[in-house]
Design a protein around this ligand. Sequence first.
Ligand SMILES: *Cc1c(COP(=O)(O)O)cnc(C)c1O
Length: 444
Amino acid sequence: MSLPTENLALAVRQAVAEGLLGEEHPVAGFVDVQGVRGTVAALHEAFAQVPDVLHAFAAKACPLVPVLRLLADAGMGCEVASPGELRLALDAGFAPARIVLDSPAKTRQEIREALALGVALNADNLAELDRIDALRPADCASVIGLRVNPQVGGGSIGAMSTATAHSKFGVALRDPGMRARVVEAFARRPWLTRLHAHVGSQGCPLPLIAEGLTAVHRLAEEIDAHVGHRQITSLDLGGGLPVNFADDMVTPTYAEYVAALTAVEPALLDGRYQVVTEFGRSLIAKNGFTAARVEYVKDAGGRRVALTHAGGQVATRTVFMPDAWPLRVTAYGPDGAPKDTPLLPQDVAGPLCFAGDVVAHERPLPELAEGDLVVLHDTGGYYFSAHWSYNSLPRPAVYGCLVRDGRVAFTTIRSAQTVREISAESGLAHADALLTGRATPSLR
Ligand SMILES: *Cc1c(COP(=O)(O)O)cnc(C)c1O
């Protein structure tokens, strides 16, 4: 549900009027609050038939506390994969029982803490289960599961495909002897009650996801048959619903996802298992955008290049893999009014000292000029929230926007990073550390 075009134009124009965008603040991220609520509602609606379901937002898609708190308020849980994400989820107000910890490389200390809090946890591999054997307190409240890799193959983006034969994630279910070892691992551990898979992500078609999750469901049935009772009580289906970056259409929808699953494995969502989902990108991508100022335009080799303030620091995947992660770009004048002059192919480049720092190549756009603004659409997930600190560029401010009676109300979600903060996180407190004479004893 991305911001309707007229509301987007309203938001850009008003952000300029309020000084959130312009010469002093040349780049910012925006989150559409009603859009997020609408997408969460669509997710709940699609799974309405499943009596017991926990929709856990994958925190890495937008690790900003106010966004997580909005999602908690809208009835979501939270999937986390590091101590930092766990901290954010707790600070956002998610109850531990509604948090799922999935990190692939949990330390003993992280496991201990999660179990003490009562956070649900999915072990990535059999060795991790051995650790949990030793660390699990007698009164453990955490739901504990095992992540499996159904090895159904990849989608169109290799780096985003989690269910390939050689994927680093989960227990490789089709490897010789592995299925039996998994069944045995459950039989030996009555407290192991959840199976988890995340067959994703962007670029993976629905039938592939459905095939992977069917394998998980069949494995659950096999484990229960082997132990002779209902041991598996929940299935964690992961996330990975792809997002359409080409236009404003939401496709595929959550309803289509549910239909694709039930078409191939009707019993998967029939209510006998509690269901957990872990969607990230599909909940947030189309509910955010990035706006940046054009600082200069120039011609190079017969091509027009616009140097803007949105490059690899906020669109890292796009600049490194432009074909896999294309972004729509639209042009606005310095006052935030949409530009509708004739189209001219232009490179939209960023501010980094790195030649690949181009977010759109030869893109037909109204001719850009100094002071204009460009909007990068659908960047609510994994873009402005997953900053790359190359060239020590500051993390830009992020604002929530709420359209009310034809006006946009902005609220700060994250302040822009200051250059002092950049220095502080770059070792300022240890500035003398390497000078001989003043160095720590070990360097003298
Ligand atoms: C990244 C991730 C997700 C979310 O994936 P999306 O493609 O953003 O929906 C869910 N579960 C796990 C384990 C992940 O690593």
